[in-house]
Ligand binder design. Structure first.
Ligand code: SAM
Length: 320
């Protein structure tokens, strides 16, 4: 059994039919094909390359990455399977050659927020449990019209890493107000196999270092309405990561997690504002997923979040 210290997020309730569609529609294509400066949509028209806008850097001496990357190679079946998935593309393209993709076959998870003049996650009770599928490099839509591309452009601006007095370690805060539903950043790091995650967790525990491993569990509903675990995604930004690695846990967070897929069937773990956030507030999400029952393990860390409803300990759930 694997204990997650950074936490385990469950994306469950509504990961239903749309999701099985996603999984069936992947096929293998080398990622390198995406690296060329122009990409052909399924209509054969060249699309411009997406520029990821991320000028942040680490205060620590670790490698900054713009999006999650595969862990170092190892000789195991698990790794080969993960690598194949990482090198796969989702073959589910839209044909919106004139529209804005608001009613796109990819789902329309975003809406335009006129106040903030930006795309935000469409608000619904289930918004954090519905996986998002953005338009991708195979889609026919035009980049300048499409309203189903957000995460792929990179984290929002005006975030800063600071020394958090509350958490007695580093944290992330915003310099400006952020509207509810806005995209903050990916929780980017190395994508791990289960066995490598277990090794790193044991090691972190032995060395008593901070733990950054985050586990995302996705479920589908079977025909008789049972929930079945379909995919486990494990990300560790301890060695390589982006600004998301500094976001702390709170029992009453102002941000939440969503699974977002663009080209690859392995989802990105993405952080969105769960309410309107004021300038200078520290950003936090619930490492265990707010809807989950979080049980205290004997070695749970004391939670420093100071929320009225603080559980007193950090999520430390058994996940695999
Ligand atoms: C993903 S990192 C967050 C960034 C970290 N504070 C840093 O300085 O790099 C997770 C680690 O931060 C600390 N942390 C995050 N939230 C916390 C909380 N609510 N209470 C106590 N420690 C917390 C724990 O040491 C945890 O293992």
């Amino acid at each position: 059994m694997l204990e997650s210290i950074a936490g385990s997020i469950d994306v469950c309730a509504a990961l239903v039919s749309s999701c099985s569609k996603i999984f069936k529609l992947k096929y293998k294509l080398k990622k390198q094909e995406l690296m060329c400066s122009s990409i052909l949509g399924s209509n054969g028209m060249a699309q411009s390359r997406i520029i990821v806008n991320d000028d942040y850097e680490h205060p620590d001496n670790i490698e900054y990455i713009l999006e999650s990357v595969l862990m170092p190679s190892e000789d195991s079946l698990d790794f080969i399977q993960l690598k194949n998935e990482y090198n796969s593309l989702i073959l589910h393209q839209c044909q919106c050659d004139k529209g804005d993709c608001s009613r796109c076959s990819h789902g329309g998870a975003y809406e335009y927020c006129p106040k903030g003049k930006e795309l935000i996650q469409r608000q619904s009770k289930e918004s954090c449990s519905i996986p998002i599928l953005e338009c991708n490099s195979l889609c026919d839509c035009r980049l300048d019209f499409c309203t189903n591309r957000l995460v792929q452009y990179g984290p929002r601006e005006n975030l800063e890493v600071f020394n958090s007095a509350t958490f007695k370690s580093k944290g992330v805060r915003t310099k400006v107000n952020i509207p509810c539903g806005a995209f903050i950043c990916e929780y980017a790091g190395e994508i791990l196999t289960i066995s490598e995650a277990k090794r790193r967790l044991v090691n972190n525990k032995e060395l008593e270092c901070m733990n950054y491993v985050l586990v995302l569990n996705e479920y589908t509903k079977t025909d008789d309405c049972r929930e079945e675990k379909r995919q486990v995604t494990i990300v560790d930004p301890s060695r390589r990561g982006n600004i998301g690695r500094y976001i702390n846990h709170s029992c009453e967070p102002n941000c939440q997690i969503a699974a977002v897929r663009i080209d690859c069937p392995i989802p990105k773990i993405c952080i969105f504002a769960a309410r309107n956030i004021h300038a200078h507030e520290e950003l936090c999400f619930h490492y265990g997923g707010e809807d989950q029952q979080v049980d205290q393990a004997s070695d749970s860390k004391t939670c420093l979040c100071t929320a009225d409803s603080c559980a007193g300990f950090m999520p430390n759930s058994a996940i695999i």
